[in-house]
Structures are given as structure tokens and as C-alpha cells.
Design a protein around this ligand. Structure first.
Ligand SMILES: [Zn+2]
Ligand SMILES: [Zn+2]
Length: 374
């Protein structure tokens, strides 16, 4: 409590969304997208920003100056998980609670959040916490051979809404290459074989050869919407499974969308994110180079790509996440905050599997015995 007070005293303008009729904090309600009072039901629309979700120039932000950094909200707090190191940001009355990524209760005191490169856009939650919890319960009950302890996890408070940071890149490319083009040609070859009578005979056949010639050139390219997660707290295949995102519904960032939710601080910075974007572009660039070389086969000896007029957006995408420890392993569950789709790790109970196998064997034995007695 004390910490919160100090933080409040420090920030001049505290970003609160008080309910005009009862004074409680308004929370973002995913189902209608309104700020809603959980006590009296008062609703307030989040003003639609006329500002488009602008892309920013990569070069100007890759080594961000302090004045380019900001706060998610004036009264944003930050807390770091003592177990996995993930940092999350939130506004009072939200509390640190359990870590969404490793399931450990966070004991550290939240502090006033360090500035971050503020997001341009946010994809607001559309699935309510209750619906996400219902989906989770259903998913868990559908799992075969899950340990009984897992069912305890099927409580909505075990998952929490958290915005996950992403970078989106747009860039022009120019790729210079040196390589070789292979064109097939056929030649008639004479060879000797033995016929049915065991005598040697001469035959001809068509043989394929490749004529190689030098090739070089420059291939232009343009890439957009290269979505790179700025988190390392969720495994990449887990994050990929959440795709596709309806990015056309992204709204200009407004702290009101965060009211009642957390946001994770990015762990992969703008520059590191672009290195990953290059990996996404590489196979497309290579295909374009091969097309440019033409012929039947291509060899690429050297290839250099320049990236220019690169722009980016920093986006927050909505996820309900939770984690639990089972036999010393961390199992993560994520729910897409737009669609309700669930992806998660699941443990298997060796006892339940053993029991199933034993029952199956007994069943087979009974059937065998019954058949024998006929
Ligand atoms: Zn109210
Ligand atoms: Zn953690």
C-alpha cells in the first residue's frame, strides 16, 4: 500500500478512470469495448482516436533517446517476477498477483514503471475473463490422462489478461547477388548392354546435363506486416499458435484499454526484433533471387541485402496467460484474447496411463478367456 502511495505522490497527473457516479475505477470491458464500472455498471466509451496507428522510422528509434520514451500511463507500476525475470506493467488498482509466465506468486513490491518505447497501437481484449476461464475449464476437462491436480487449475483466477508486446516491421530491400544459372540439355549416349540371349548389344539413351553460366543482379523487394513477438517469456511456437491476429482492428494506443489488465515490458528490443524480421524475409528473398537467375537450377554464391526506408509499429496484443508447476516443470497456457482459442502445455499422469493400460490388458484377457470357453 505504502509503495502505491509514494508512486501516486510522485506522479503529477495520475491517470485514473474514476466512475462519475460512484468513484470506483472503471475497467475495460472486453465484450463491448467500453470502460465499465464493476460496481454500479456505468459505461463510458473510449474516444475513437482519429489518429491512424502511425508507423515510425526505424533509424530514428533504433537507439531511442530519453525523450522518445514514455509511460504506458502516468501512474503505471512495474514489477519483476523474481523467478523468471518477466517484467509486467499495470495501473492501480491492479496488483502484481501471480506471474502469468511461470505461475509463481510475485512478492516484489511494484515500483513506478521505467519509461518504455510507448506502443502506437493496441488490439483490445474482446473475450471476457469469464469466457476465457470457461474455455480453460472445458479444455482441461477434455484432456485425457491429465493428472487430477490439473483440474484445480481450472479456475478463472489462474489465468490473467496481459498484453504481450510485438514489433511490426515494414521495409524495402535491395539484394545484390552473384551466382550461377544451370540450364538442362540432353545428349544422346551410346552404351553397351547384354540382351536376353546374353550377347552384348549397343543401345542409345538420352542423358541430361546442366550447362552452368554466371549470373548476377539486383533484386528489389518490399515487406510489410512482419510481426515479431517482443517477448521471450512465452515459447515462440506458443506465440505462433496464437496467430492470425485481426490486426485491422488495432486501435491507437490509449491507457484506458489497459484498465484492469497488465502489459508485459518488451524483452526483445527494436533492433533485436528486426534481426528476427530478417529471418522471416530471408526465404522470400532467396526465392526472388532464384527466380531472377532463372534457368532450371540455380546456385547462389553470394548475396547481400540492404534494408531501407524501414518503419515499425510497437503493438500490444491481448492474451490471457497462466502457468502452473507440475513435477518441477512449468506448463504454460495461453488464450487468444480476441478469439478465445486455447493453446497450452499439458502434463500426462503416468498413473492414469498405467491404470488405463492395465484395464485394457485385463479386458483383452477376459475376452480371450470368454472366446476359449465357447
Ligand atoms: Zn460506478
Ligand atoms: Zn515468472
Amino acid at each position: 500500500m505504502n509503495t502505491v502511495k509514494t508512486v501516486d505522490a510522485v506522479s503529477e497527473k495520475v491517470q485514473h478512470f474514476p466512475c462519475p457516479s460512484c468513484g470506483a475505477d472503471l475497467l475495460f470491458e472486453p465484450q463491448d469495448g467500453f470502460l465499465t464500472c464493476p460496481y454500479c455498471g456505468y459505461k463510458e466509451e473510449i474516444p475513437k482516436s482519429t489518429a491512424e496507428v502511425q508507423e515510425r522510422a526505424f533509424e530514428q528509434y533504433v537507439r531511442a533517446r530519453p525523450e522518445q520514451m514514455g509511460q504506458l500511463a502516468n501512474n503505471a507500476l512495474e514489477v519483476q517476477c523474481q523467478n523468471c525475470g518477466a517484467k509486467s506493467l499495470f495501473m492501480p488498482p491492479e496488483v502484481a498477483g501471480r506471474c502469468e509466465f511461470c505461475g509463481v506468486q510475485i512478492v516484489a513490491q511494484p515500483k513506478s514503471a521505467d519509461p518504455i518505447m510507448a506502443p502506437e497501437g493496441v488490439l483490445p481484449f474482446r473475450v471476457s475473463h469469464k469466457d476465457a476461464g470457461d474455455n480453460l475449464r472445458q479444455w482441461l476437462s477434455s484432456l485425457w490422462f491429465a493428472p487430477s491436480g490439473l483440474k484445480q487449475f481450472a479456475q478463472p483466477e489462474k489465468i490473467h489478461g496481459i498484453y504481450i508486446p510485438f514489433w511490426v516491421y515494414y521495409t524495402n530491400t535491395s539484394t545484390e547477388y552473384v551466382g550461377q544459372r544451370g540450364d538442362y540439355y540432353w545428349e544422346t549416349e551410346t552404351y553397351t548392354t547384354t540382351n536376353a540371349q546374353g550377347r552384348g548389344v549397343q543401345r542409345t539413351r538420352q542423358v541430361r546435363h546442366t550447362r552452368w553460366s554466371n549470373a548476377s543482379g539486383t533484386v528489389p523487394g518490399w515487406f510489410g506486416d512482419l510481426l515479431v513477438p517482443a517477448t521471450t517469456s512465452l515459447r515462440s511456437e506458443r506465440v505462433e499458435a496464437l496467430e492470425p491476429w485481426d490486426l485491422e482492428a488495432v486501435r491507437a494506443y490509449n491507457p484506458a484499454f489497459l484498465s484492469g489488465f497488465k502489459a508485459q515490458r518488451y524483452q526483445i528490443n527494436l533492433e533485436q526484433g528486426f534481426e528476427r524480421a530478417k529471418d522471416l524475409m530471408a526465404p522470400v528473398i532467396e526465392r526472388d533471387v532464384r527466380n531472377d537467375i532463372g534457368g532450371d537450377e540455380q546456385r547462389i554464391d553470394d548475396m547481400t541485402t540492404e534494408y531501407f526506408k524501414t518503419t515499425f509499429k510497437h503493438l500490444l496484443l491481448p492474451v490471457y496467460a497462466g502457468a502452473y508447476q507440475f513435477n518441477g516443470r512449468v506448463f504454460q497456457i495461453v488464450v487468444n484474447g480476441r478469439t478465445g482459442e486455447i493453446h497450452g502445455d499439458r502434463p500426462y499422469s503416468p498413473w492414469k496411463i498405467a491404470l488405463f493400460v492395465v484395464s485394457l490388458v485385463i479386458l483383452i484377457l477376459i475376452i480371450v478367456v470368454l472366446f476359449r470357453s465357447f
